[in-house]
Design a protein around this ligand. Structure first.
Ligand SMILES: *Cc1c(COP(=O)(O)O)cnc(C)c1O
Length: 354
């Protein structure tokens, strides 16, 4: 820390992203990227004539992409906000809807960025424990007089809440925003989208990083009532009106057009998830019922940290978390069938070394 850093950030513990080795030598199953390339339309959209236009600022309203997303999800463009990854939606939401009078509550085991944003804004936050089986207990999310933040499916467990459970949480918080982070919703969970017209406290965050193969383009979006979107837009215009670059906007438009391609990939990933889960169970692993593009697995004879390290030595990167409640688990991104066979071969080898 330099002697210039503001005292209000002195204790800040920043988010630690998953490893992104730049030599590409690993079977990379640690940050839940898609194993499939962007759709053909994205390649076509990023032409040299568009590169030539990079001298011009992008459309700060992202009108074309918002219109396409609105049509795709059956809402109006005023219900859509675009952001530089859904992390930026989270950032705007923590800034807009939490303060000393309105703290924030999220599960004790969830996306590691929630407590980071809470601390960045000096918020007091409360965590509600997941049940023993790692499911969320909706009863914990009422009567807290706080903004509620939930990932559905949750990370890193992959376990999803039903639409009825989400609705119960919305009903229990009529005067507070309920932010549902749907980063993984396209892999088999129910979106809260059907509730949008009836609950003005619902804020949905989605991303193009996981199911739409555009993690490197940085594109996320929020769906909410017009008023909630207007609040977030005030924050956006107060920080960075040009938060999306021209090429990302174009890639996003093409990706929405190519919905069928991404839906087919998501189906393939769901099948590969089932194949890998069955193989890991056969090897003695315990797994949660993941509705995401990752598996959350533990083995009685293999501590999570040791498994993570040995897999890395063998060229397979997975994610391991230090939180004591889940330190015996690893989170494994569902890649291609070939990548999963590589993982399974390494796991078998490690088990014979025990
Ligand atoms: C990956 C992820 C995000 C952020 O994704 P972006 O790349 O910023 O769009 C948000 N929430 C959860 C739960 C995630 O796993």
């Amino acid at each position: 820390m330099s002697r210039f850093l503001s005292a209000r950030f002195a204790a800040l513990q920043a988010y630690t992203p998953g490893e992104q080795p730049q030599d590409m030598a690993y079977t990379k199953l640690n940050t839940n990227e898609s194993p499939y390339p962007p759709s053909p339309g994205v390649f076509a959209a990023l032409s040299s004539s568009e590169i030539a236009r990079l001298q011009l600022y992008p459309d700060p309203e992202g009108k074309r992409l918002r219109a396409k997303l609105a049509a795709r999800y059956g809402v109006s463009p005023q219900n859509v906000l675009l952001a530089n990854g859904s992390d930026e939606i989270l950032n705007f939401a923590f800034m807009a809807f939490c303060d000393s009078a309105t703290p924030v509550i999220f599960p004790d085991i969830s996306y590691g960025f929630y407590p980071v944003y809470a601390r960045l804004y000096g918020l007091s936050y409360k965590t509600a424990p997941l049940k023993e089986d790692f499911t969320i207990d909706p009863k914990h999310y009422g009567g807290n007089d706080a903004t509620v933040v939930l990932a559905n499916p949750n990370a890193p467990t992959g376990i999803a809440l039903s639409l009825e459970q989400i609705e119960a949480i919305l009903k229990a918080n009529p005067d507070h925003i309920v932010l549902v982070d749907e980063a993984y919703v396209d892999f088999g969970a129910q979106s809260a989208l059907p509730l949008l017209g009836r609950y003005d406290n619902l804020l949905i965050a989605q991303t193009f990083s996981k199911s739409r193969s555009l993690a490197g383009a940085r594109l996320g979006f929020a769906l909410a009532s017009e008023d909630v979107i207007a609040d977030l837009d005030t924050i956006r215009y107060s920080t960075n009106p040009y938060n999306l670059n021209r090429l990302t906007l174009l890639a996003g438009e093409a990706a929405v057009e190519d919905a069928a391609y991404y839906e087919a990939n998501a189906q393939t990933i769901i099948q590969t998830r089932a194949y890998t889960a069955a193989a890991l169970r056969e090897l003695g692993f315990a797994l949660t019922n993941s509705k995401a593009n990752f598996l959350f697995a533990s083995h009685p004879a293999l501590p999570g940290g040791a498994l993570y390290r040995r897999l890395k030595e063998l060229g397979v990167l997975v994610r391991h978390f230090g939180n004591p409640r889940i330190q015996n688990y690893v989170r494994i991104t569902v890649g291609t069938q070939g990548q999963m066979d590589t993982l399974l071969a390494c796991v078998r080898r490690i088990l014979t070394e025990q």
